[in-house]
Ligand binder design. Sequence first.
Ligand code: EPU
Length: 350
Amino acid sequence: MTTALTVQHDVCLKAHNTLGFAVNAEHFVAVADESELEQAIALADENDWTVFLLGGGSNVVLTQNLTGLVIQITDTSAQYESMPNGNTLISVGAGKPWHELVLETLDHDLTGLENLSLIPGSTGAAPVQNIGAYGVELESRLHSVRAYHRPSATWQTLNPSDCAFGYRDSIFKRNPGHYFITRVMFELNDHIAPVTHYGGLEKALLEAVSTSPTNAQMTPVQQAKLISQTVIGIRQSKLPDPAVLGNAGSFFKNPVVSSDHASRLRVRYPSLVSYPQPDGREKLAAGWLIDESGLRGTVAGPVGVHKDQALVLVHFGEGSGQDLMALAQRVITLIQANFDVTLEIEPIVL
Ligand code: EPU
């Protein structure tokens, strides 16, 4: 059955990106299912349009009008199915808001996604940057990803090992325009071991548990719900709500340097924040580097460095992606000069 797609033209994307930049899409179409996605891609091929799949718009910097066709997937369905091993397989439409999914799985008494509470964006975008927070990365909870692979014009189901996941990185991110993710599958149960070792989370949890009358006999599900509430509290205390203040979460990746480099920096900066990596190198807290350089709270016209978390760049309104990129460049230059460290931008810049 073919349905007629409704393609709109010169559509303002201000409400479709969490930074709130007012650029236009030359053509825009919302698709409800895989057949409509195939039709949209065929339409783009016929017209020689480039194609960009936009998720929740929480990890893109739109610096100019987008030529070609912008596609948005509207499928928010989630199917829960018991597996022979007793776990639950959840198949989620790419359009479902991520945080809604986290809360829904907890309502189903399923554990595993709680540390990833309140991350903005859609479920379909989550594997692209392998979202991570408070000691958990998406790849560890993922069952598989269903995607249309444009170069081969085939539908593929990718297991986590096929996705080439890294820190905020994946095969999807490294090959822009190749994969169109339509569903994301998770395998969860009611007793995934809670991850509480992350500094800020551990401290906040201890405070929450000490004031909770039921702390002694908490089930894994109760613990997961408490972790979720605690993560929501931490995020709300230092990360700006995109609905109130435009932002794309962390703007830079935490850079990884050799242990020699980190040791040299520690001599000059004894309070340097770093995390040892399995390969012997060290990951530095970019937020700390930017903060130490005196940039936290910087206002540069319509954009700035967030006052509570220096890793987040914000848009106060009426600014552009170019304004933000100019500020990003200023940050990169200063961090290079101060620490001999090259910061890498985390969101996708278009
Ligand atoms: N810090 C400062 N000043 C700042 C910001 C941070 O001194 O302005 C210090 C903190 O005191 C802390 C350290 O830097 O010692 C790390 O800060 P935080 O715990 O806030 O985490 P982060 O490394 O800045 C990363 C992720 C976040 C994620 C948190 C929690 C990246 C690029 N960012 O931030 O992810 O929520 O850890 O796990 O890895 C995102 O990707 O959009 C995102 C928000």
